[in-house]
Design a protein around this ligand. Sequence first.
Ligand SMILES: [Zn+2]
Length: 153
Amino acid sequence: MNYPEHVLLGIVFGAAFALLIGADPFLFASIVFVAAFSALVPDIDHDSSKIRGYADLGVPICAFLFSYSASCNGVACGVENWHPILVSTLAITGLYMIVMTYMKPRHRGITHTLLLAAGYGIAIWFFSNPNLGIAALLGYVSHLVADRQIKLL
Ligand SMILES: [Zn+2]
């Protein structure tokens, strides 16, 4: 399955979850964005995948959204809490760069397992909030479903 189908399925999974919890428009958009992005994440192990092309831009943006939503509920709060938001954004982006430079796994290996899907969801939950963690998990799992690569390890 190609990236547009993965994004579409991630949007469907994210929108269904956002409707289920009655999310406000900002949270709805955040959940759908995180789920759509997360639906591309498993193919990060493929050098010519779309996600690799977008990752250098997408990872810092997502890291910022996660960091912001973990610290703030409104717009003005971001000015007061810029330091922890910046540190968290840089930490997530730096971790991504280290992993992709030194520890890139083989294609459809560990990245296409429920174990990594759970780890990814928990990491997003930890760095942001439960709703975005669940959105990330659902988006990631939608990719595994679409690829028919549902294995535990
Ligand atoms: Zn895949």
